[in-house]
Design a protein around this ligand. Structure first.
Ligand SMILES: Nc1nc2c(ncn2[C@@H]2O[C@H](COP(=O)(O)OP(=O)(O)OP(=O)(O)O)[C@@H](O)[C@H]2O)c(=O)[nH]1
Ligand SMILES: [Mg+2]
Length: 397
C-alpha cells in the first residue's frame, strides 16, 4: 500500500476549486479500479455527495475502459461526459489514477481544462511522492484586449531590477525535444532516460544568483507540454512570459522546422520585451545529429535570437542557458531604468543629480534616436533634450 499525502491533495483541490470558481462542485481522484482515493465537494453541494458518487459509479467503468485503451495507444486520456445536471471531466493523472471534476451543467469546459491539466499533473506527482510538489494552482489568464493593455501599463511602471521579483520563464518546443529533462537537470540536477510526456504544464522555481553583481533572478519555470493534443492550452499557459527557451532536438529535423511556429505562438502572448533563446538539445548524440550548428545559428540569426547547444543528459551548457536568460533580464531592466530616469530628468530640469556614466548613456541614447528621427517632427524635441543634457554636463564640470 503506497502512502498518499491526502492533506496536500485536499489543499490542491481547494486551490483548484477557488481558481475555477462556483461552477466546479466536486473533485475526485479514483484509481484504475474505480475506487475513490480522495474527494472534495463544495459545502453547498455536500448533501449531494452521495448522488455524485452514485452517478459516478455508473460512469466510471465505461470511462476508465476508454482511458485505459487510449493510454495503451499512447494517447493521454481526457474526456468529458454530460448528465442532466452535471458535466464530468475525466483526466488521466499519472499511469494509475484519474482526476474527475464535476461541474454545473452550464460550465464552460474550455475555460476549466487548463486548470484541470495542471491539477491532474500535480495529483500524479503528489501520489508519486518522489519530488516535492507545491499544491498551489497559479492563475491561468484569459486575455481580453483591455486586460492586456492594463498589464502592459502596470509592467511599464515596474521598478528597477529587484531580486524579489519572480519572472515567468517558459520552456517551449515540440514533444520529446527535452524540455522537461532540461528543467529537471537545472532545478534538481538529475536526468531520467525514460520519456513521460508532460501533461498540460509542469511548474518549478529556481533562483539564479550572481555573486559578482550582488543580485539574483528568480524564475518560475513553466515547462510546457509540447505534444499537439495540448495545442489549445499553449496560448493560456504562455501568456505574460518574461522569458522563453525555445528548444529543438538536433537529432530530429521536424522539431527544428517547427521552431518558427513556436516563436510565433509565444511572441503573440508574451510580455513585449520577452528574452528569448534558441537551444539545440541532445548534443551528446553525436552520431545521430541531423541539424548542424551552423543551421541552428542561421535560424537564430533570422529570428533575432541567441543560440546555444545543450545536453540535458551530460548537463553540458544547461546552466549557461538559464544564466544567459537571467543576465538578459537584468540588462533589459537596467535599460528601462535609464529610460524612466530620463523622463524624470526632463521633467525636473537640472535639479536632479546625475552621474557621468548615466549622462553618457543618455547622450548615446538620444543621439541614436536622432539618427532614426531625421526629417520627422520629433527631431526638434530630441535636439532640445540633447541641449538640456549638454547644459547639465557643463554645470557638472
Ligand atoms: N541523449 C539524450 N536524451 C535526452 C536529452 N534530453 C532529453 N532526452 C530524452 O528525450 C526524451 C524526451 O525528453 P523530455 O524532457 O521528456 O521531452 P519534452 O520536451 O519535455 O516532451 P513533452 O513533455 O512531450 O513536450 C526522454 O527520453 C529524455 O530522456 C539529451 O540531452 N540527450
Ligand atoms: Mg515535457
Amino acid at each position: 500500500m503506497i502512502y498518499i499525502d491526502k492533506e496536500k491533495l485536499k489543499i490542491l483541490f481547494k486551490w483548484y476549486m477557488q481558481e475555477v470558481g462556483d461552477s466546479l462542485v466536486s473533485v475526485l481522484v479514483v484509481d484504475r479500479e474505480g475506487l475513490i482515493v480522495d474527494i472534495l465537494t463544495r459545502d453547498s453541494e455536500k448533501t449531494d455527495e452521495k448522488k455524485f458518487i452514485g452517478a459516478f459509479s455508473s460512469l466510471v467503468e465505461l470511462v476508465l475502459k476508454k482511458l485505459t485503451k487510449d493510454f495503451d495507444l499512447g494517447i493521454f486520456g481526457a474526456g468529458t461526459f454530460d448528465t442532466d445536471k452535471y458535466r464530468f471531466i475525466f483526466c488521466e493523472s499519472g499511469s494509475d489514477h484519474v482526476l474527475v471534476s464535476i461541474l454545473n451543467h452550464t460550465a464552460l469546459v474550455d475555460d476549466v481544462f487548463p486548470y484541470t491539466y495542471l491539477t491532474a499533473d500535480k495529483v500524479a506527482r503528489i501520489i508519486d511522492g518522489e519530488l516535492p510538489v507545491s499544491p498551489v494552482i497559479p492563475k491561468v489568464k484569459r486575455d481580453t484586449e483591455l486586460e492586456k493593455i492594463k498589464r502592459k501599463m502596470e509592467y511599464y511602471q515596474s521598478k528597477p531590477h529587484s531580486p524579489e521579483y519572480v519572472y515567468k520563464l517558459s520552456l517551449i518546443g515540440d514533444g520529446g525535444v527535452g524540455k522537461t529533462s532540461m528543467a529537471h537537470r537545472y532545478v534538481h540536477g538529475v536526468f531520467k532516460a525514460d520519456y513521460k510526456a508532460t501533461i498540460g504544464t509542469y511548474i518549478s522555481k529556481k533562483e539564479c544568483k550572481f555573486k559578482e553583481l550582488g543580485t539574483s533572478v528568480r524564475f518560475m519555470i513553466w515547462d510546457l507540454a509540447g505534444q499537439t493534443q495540448f495545442e489549445r492550452l499553449w496560448p493560456d499557459y504562455l501568456t505574460d512570459s518574461r522569458a522563453g527557451i525555445l528548444v529543438f532536438d538536433i537529432t530530429n529535423r521536424e522539431t527544428f522546422e517547427n521552431v518558427k511556429k513556436w516563436y510565433d505562438i509565444i511572441t503573440k502572448v508574451a510580455l513585449p520585451n520577452i528574452v528569448l533563446i534558441l537551444v539545440g538539445n541532445k548534443v551528446d548524440l553525436i552520431s545521430s545529429r541531423v541539424v548542424s550548428t551552423e543551421e541552428g545559428m542561421e535560424l537564430a540569426r533570422q529570428l533575432g535570437l541567441y543560440y546555444m547547444e545543450t545536453s540535458a543528459k551530460t548537463s553540458e551548457n544547461v546552466e549557461d542557458v538559464f544564466e544567459w536568460v537571467a543576465i538578459q533580464i537584468i540588462n533589459t531592466n537596467i535599460e528601462e531604468i535609464n529610460e524612466n530616469l530620463f523622463d524624470k530628468q526632463i521633467e525636473e530640469g537640472s535639479k536632479f543629480i546625475i552621474s557621468s556614466p548615466q549622462l553618457k548613456i543618455l547622450n548615446q541614447y538620444f543621439a541614436k534616436q536622432l539618427d532614426y528621427c531625421i526629417g520627422k517632427k520629433d527631431t526638434k524635441e530630441i535636439v532640445k533634450y540633447l541641449d538640456i543634457l549638454k547644459a547639465i554636463e557643463k554645470k557638472k564640470i
